[in-house]
Design a protein around this ligand. Sequence first.
Ligand SMILES: C[S@@+](CC[C@H](N)C(=O)[O-])C[C@H]1O[C@@H](n2cnc3c(N)ncnc32)[C@H](O)[C@@H]1O
Length: 321
Amino acid sequence: MQKPMPQLVEKSGRIPSDMPSRFLPLIDGRAFQDGTNPHSQHATLYQPDANLRPEEFFLHHLLDTRQCSKGAIRRFNPVGVRRYLEEKFIEDRWVSEGNNKLSQMLEGYIGTNLERFKSLPEIRLLDFGPSGGAITTLFAIRALERFGLLDRARIHLLDVVPDVVNMTISGDFEFPGEMVREYGLDFAAADGSLYKQIISQAVPIISDFHDFDPQDKFHIILNAYTIHHLNIFDKADCAAFMEGIVEPGGAIAIVDFFVKSFAEYRRWLLAHLESNPESPAPVESPYFSREQMMSLSGASVRLISSDDTLEKSWAMLMEKS
Ligand SMILES: C[S@@+](CC[C@H](N)C(=O)[O-])C[C@H]1O[C@@H](n2cnc3c(N)ncnc32)[C@H](O)[C@@H]1O
C-alpha cells in the first residue's frame, strides 16, 4: 500500500501528527510542550529549492525563527534588493497593487483624522520590512503628500537584513520610472531622484523586530508583505510588537500575501524563479488569512478598514485606542 502524503494542514502552533520526523530538529521550540526543541542539536541549515514539496511548504509555518531569518538574508541579497521595485512593478504587479491599496486606506484614515495629524510636529512612520527601495514607504508617503504633510514625516526603516536598510538609504536600487505615472507618485520625480533624497534621510534600524525597543512610539506602522516571512509564533509576536509601539490614535496598516493551497503557492513560486533565475527559493508561509491575522491582534486595536478582493493578498488598517 502506498504511504499517504503528509498533509500538515494544522494552522495552530501545534505539530501535526503527520509531520515527518526529519523535520523535527528544524521546528521552533515554542511548538514543544516545555518551549524547547529536544531535537535541536540535530538541526542543519534549511534551504528550499524549486522542487519545494507540500510538507516543506507547511513546515515553514513552524520553522525555527533563525532559519526564517537566514532565509530572508538569502532571498534579500544585494541583487534581489537592487531589483526589488522593478520585480514588484513588472513580474509581481499585485504587490504594487497591494501597496497602492494600503496607501489609499491610509489616505482615508489621515483624511478623517486630519486635524490631529496636522497638529503633530513630526509624524513618525515605521516601515517594518521595507526590502530594497522601500516600496511601502514610497506609496504611503503619497498619502501624506496629498495632505501637505510629507515634510513632517520621520521615516524609520526596520529590517533584519542589513543590505535592505543600507542599500535603500544610500539609493542603491533601480527605480522604474513608469511607476510614477501609473500610480501618481509625481513627488518622487520621474527618475526617482526626489524619492531617493527623501529616503536617504530615513532612520536605519537593522534588527530582528523582536530586538527593537524604540524610545518613541510611531503614528503610522506599515507592514507590507512581511508577515508571510514569519512562522506562526512570530506572526503573533509581530501583532503584539506593533500594538506595543504604536501611539494611541495611531494606525497599523498591513497587507500580505495569501494562498489557499500548496498548489496555488507552487504556481507563484515557479513563475517567480523563472523570472528571477538568480533568486534562491524563499522561505515563506502565506497560508494564513486576514481573519487569522486579525485573531492575533489584542483588544487595544480596532479594525478601521479591510480589503479581501486584492490579487493574492489581503489588507487591513487598524487603529490603536
Ligand atoms: C517581501 S519583503 C516586503 C517588502 C515590501 N514591504 C513590500 O511591500 O513588498 C519582506 C521584508 O521583511 C524583512 N523581514 C523578514 N523577517 C524579518 C524580521 N524578523 N524582522 C525584521 N524584518 C524582517 C525581509 O528582510 C524583507 O525586507
